[in-house]
Design a protein around this ligand. Sequence first.
Ligand code: ZN
Length: 261
Amino acid sequence: MGATRAAFGFLRSVLSSLPMRVLVISDIHANLVALEAVLEDAAGEYDVVWCLGDLVGYGPDPNECVERVQTLPGLRCLIGNHDAAAIGDIDLGEFNPDARAAVAWTQNALSSGSLDYIENLPDRDEQGPFTLVHGSPRQPVWEYILDRHIAMQNFRHFQTEYCLVGHTHIPVVYRRDSGRQTESPPDYCHALVLNGDRFILNPGSVGQPRDGDPDAAYALLDTEALRWQHRRAPYEVAETQRRMDALDFPTRLIVRLSQGW
Ligand code: ZN
């Protein structure tokens, strides 16, 4: 009992030093129109921003997105696999042909300032009871948590109560209580209360959603009330597509934005 109370007191002291209202974004993928739509949609509802990586790759505005992200309040930002590829840290053979074309274009387009910024991004961060990674706590840059079996294996690879991930571009909630493990789709109407179970949470993708909904995905996290809320923000997909078309991007990459796949 004493130990439980001490643990609770410790958690409270850690939490009280944390920001209360966090905008959680991931996988912007150089889509500035989508990023601005999310920032406008969430305006006034957050104090700091946590970004789970993949600032660049696929989209037409890599430098603009890298610069915009740096202006956000209290930013914590991680490196994603496309960011690592853009600075030459990953073999392009790891990507499919369309993604490879986008990475090659991005490598040429990035300014020295953007390269510097990306090179210094960490692949893992901890903020109080939250571990932050791009892919998974087991393999922070590369592994996709695509189902609850992969999620179950990953609960062993972080020490905090909660882990925030991106990378799959699909918003989802994995929950583990004493021995049981569940997977739930995002609930856009009700906040999820982080009630003492362990969670792996994915806010979805700002710049290239893959769950069949083209609207930009993100989440709001209240670290005091321990509430997690999935959100969607419509944006002008056609404007991003027009910019990609003007740069001769692969058709499949342009079309997929309006399909949300
Ligand atoms: Zn991504």
